[in-house]
Design a protein around this ligand. Structure first.
Ligand code: SF4
Ligand code: SF4
Length: 481
């Protein structure tokens, strides 16, 4: 069986054994959800409901504050009453506006499935615009972690020619088995989601990429592809890659499956590819077939301090510690670290009382044996970080540049090409928090760019004299919005 891969990368202890092969268990409906108004990469949303409003599961409760493509709506994930709208800590450790909904039923009663979904939409008999509109209206974002609006990814700018769709089921992060559970549990929805995306983009070839530790699922998918009535003249295949971190990164998967190199500063579309996570593709199919917006999330809950590791499905906004202990129980005596996402690319959280979002692929409750707590030491110039970087960067050089606040040098050394995989931090014998610094460095770079754009606009206004504000906005955004 041919198995492809990319250069460099790390062979990690995958620690998936406690949840792999386990189907997704729907959690008991929570009595309260805390739904962040902004869960996507892009322009901000505003709340569309007020305190005291009654809302139904599936109802739109937040949408873009201004018109534009880089936003997706947010929907109520349980029916109930809006109790509060206030800032709460989110999984990226920042405070963001959240809508808190409480179920309106007695404590002992079952929560009814009182839903309001969109009408189903036949993907074979609708226009490209209707399809993109459905994906946007369903609030679908990349569920692998990036939370990029799915409809934007599927609508590349003119001049970009796409000839390959890659369904990302690599799931290279240790502990996480959510994508595996989606592939095993919803193969029909996954294939249908791929076919819908192929119809929208006009692409005739797709590959479902998985690490070879999931090889047993290949025949399941191939059988489903044979059976599917949706694919007709489409070429959908399954590609196995080596189990090697970070195989699930877009650039690495494209290299492994298509032998194409995304250029420095470029995107998959620059080499004719669109990569979508398998969970996102299944959610796209559900938005058409069931009219269901993205209101539930499958995720892995694992780690040595988790008494019942499992793959679960919860309404978005669920707080894991609100679930009954017979379903989800944590050993607080052994707990040392909580990670939202995987241990390599996820965020450490101060508490588990943080809502599950559209892009939360897992929550890992780690013991002292599973996590490194050594203090940082000085760099010993060993070069291990360089040898581990699959983007062929020099993390040590980027770090030195950031330490001396030399942003130009950090950019020259490849800061913007860093995919934040965390491999360099993992191998560093001095325990230097390289990737954490690179994240902060990138935020700083974005802030500097935004600031210089604002400055340029202000200078433009000054040069033009007293121009009405709306005219300035129009003139600086030709053809946008
Ligand atoms: S520099 Fe970035 S891409 Fe390279 S190993 Fe470190 S985190 Fe990964
Ligand atoms: S791995 Fe750590 S100690 Fe070694 S060169 Fe890189 S930053 Fe320095």
């Amino acid at each position: 069986m041919p198995v492809s891969t990319f250069s460099r990368g790390l062979k990690l202890d995958t620690r998936k054994h406690t949840t792999e092969g386990k189907p997704v268990e729907p959690a008991p409906f929570p009595r309260q959800v805390v739904i962040p108004v902004n869960q996507h990469f892009g322009a901000p949303n505003r709340a569309m409901v007020s305190i005291g409003d009654r809302v139904k599961r599936g109802q739109r409760i937040a949408e873009g504050a201004a018109p534009g493509p880089m936003t997706v709506p947010v929907h109520a994930s349980i029916s109930g009453v809006v109790k509060k709208i206030e800032p709460r800590t989110q999984s990226n450790n920042t405070d963001g506006l959240c809508i808190i909904i409480e179920a309106e039923v007695p404590e002992t009663a079952e929560i009814p499935a009182d839903e309001t979904f969109m009408p189903p939409l036949d993907p074979c008999n609708c226009t490209r615009e209707e399809s993109l509109g459905r994906i946007r209206d369903a609030g679908i974002v990349g569920m692998g972690g990036a939370a990029f609006p799915a409809h934007v990814k599927l609508d590349p700018p003119p001049g970009k020619s796409i000839d390959l769709i890659i369904a990302d089921g690599a799931e290279c992060e240790p502990y996480l088995t959510t994508d595996e559970a989606v592939i095993a549990g919803k193969p029909g929805m996954l294939i249908m989601g791929i076919a819908i995306v192929m119809k929208i983009t006009g692409v005739k070839r797709a590959i479902i990429g998985m690490e070879d530790n999931k090889a047993s699922l290949k025949p399941v998918l191939e059988e489903e592809i044979k059976r599917s009535v949706f694919i007709k003249d489409l070429d959908i295949s399954v590609g196995l890659c080596k189990t090697l971190y970070p195989q699930g990164g877009e650039k690495m998967l494209i290299k492994a499956l298509a032998n194409r190199e995304v250029p420095s500063g470029g995107l998959p579309m620059d080499v004719g590819c669109i990569v979508q996570n398998v969970g996102t593709l299944a959610a796209i199919a559900e938005a058409f077939i069931l009219g269901k917006p993205l209101i539930d999330r499958d995720l892995t809950v694992s780690g040595g301090a988790c008494k019942r590791p499992k793959n679960i499905r919860v309404p978005i906004g669920t707080i894991i510690t609100d679930l009954p202990p017979e379903f989800m129980d944590i050993n607080h005596d052994r707990l040392r670290k909580i990670i939202f996402g995987g241990p390599m690319m996820g965020n450490a959280a101060a508490s588990a009382a943080i809502p599950i979002q559209k892009n939360t692929s897992g929550i890992i409750f780690m013991t002292g044996d599973e996590t490194l707590t050594d203090a940082e030491g000085p760099c010993i110039r060993c070069g291990r970080c360089i040898r581990s970087c699959s983007c062929r960067l020099s993390p040590v050089i980027i770090n030195i540049a950031l330490e001396s606040s030399d942003m130009d040098e950090a950019v020259r050394a490849g800061l913007v090409d860093c995919v934040e995989c965390g491999s360099c931090s993992y191998v560093c014998p001095a325990r230097i928090k390289l990737v954490q610094r690179f994240r902060v460095g990138k935020q700083r770079l974005r802030a500097m760019k935004a600031m210089s754009q604002l400055q340029a606009r202000a200078e433009q206004r000054q040069e033009k004299g007293a121009v009405p504000a709306e005219k300035v906005v129009g003139s600086t955004n030709p053809g946008k919005d």
